[in-house]
Write a new protein. Sequence first.
Length: 379
Amino acid sequence: MAEYRIPFNRATLMGNESMYIAQAVANSHISGDGPFTRRCHALLESVLGVRKALLTTSCTHALEMAVLLLDIQRGDEVIVPSFTFVSTVNAFVLHGVRSVFIDIRPDTLNLDEGLLEGLITPRTRAVVPVHYAGIGCEMDAILEIAKRRGIAVVEDNAHGLFGKYKGENLGTFGCLATQSFHETKNVTCGEGGALLINDMRMMERAEIIREKGTNRSRFFRGQVDKYTWVDIGSSYLPSDILAAFLCAQLEAREEIQARRKRIWEYYDMCLTDWAQEHGVRLPVVPAHCEQPYHMYYLLLPSLEQRQALIAHLKRRSILAVFHYLPLHLSDMGRELGGKVGDCPVTEDLSDRLLRLPFYNDLTREEQDRVIDAIRQMGM
Ligand SMILES: Cc1ncc(COP(=O)(O)O)c(C=O)c1O
């Protein structure tokens, strides 16, 4: 990829990462579930108020764990937005689960809860709300429908660490929730994730699935005198070296969030007039949602204008990027039966959305350069 003067994303060290990694090495415990992993678990549990957090190698793997934990079987159905990352859906498809795509709301770009009930069939086992850009889905309505119809709620909270819906942390609503610590996220360790468990009945089995189907976690706690194969599973736990990096980032969360808030609000302040003048829609954050300042996007009036703005910024060495292509229209989605018109709001908005450069150490000067370039764009 070409080098950009202002990239879309850049990993930012917050200070203690190298020191903690050196400590992990000095601890002689660089496999999973070492001291730094335990520190990350404790921190996530206390800050978010979840019953149990388990670090995973990615959000993708946390989603795969959720499918195994819910015991969703071949031929069952899951309701997922088409406007999401492939892993939200692929984790289920991998196990022969049929994905039923739900369209999004035009304001928050989250799944349209008004469509949910109509998509539930006797085979539906779960719905996966994705909190797009960390702005909460309408959880009251989703939870009410899910409870009444007996289906599980798994929050894909890849974008939404520290976001809130009606005062409660995202990730605390579903029986399970998943986080991503990929390099593009507010808090990162390069590649990583977490499974948040709110239904304690799944706790013990989650540990087993994460440890290759063995009860090794119980063995390490001295609860059994040897460990053995007790269930299905895989290797979903990250090295303590990665956990050390993540721990440094999680401990710096207030600084990270404060910086990102300044960046988000500056884009918003500087682009409001321009957006109004040019028919561009800026992100909508409902009053009952507190956002984690994960992303700043523009919704251009047309695909052509979006592409023109990408090219205009590229000429100024600024990388701005589109986001999810509708999954139901991807090669795989079409193979599974998706066709044009299934999710009209997704199809329209996906063509028009543009994400602006956003990383923890984006400087005011860089941001001014992006904003000036956008303003110079004749539309
Ligand atoms: C909504 C959503 N879910 C899941 C993922 C997968 O995350 P990971 O790269 O940690 O597997 C992403 C990645 O960006 C995402 O945007």
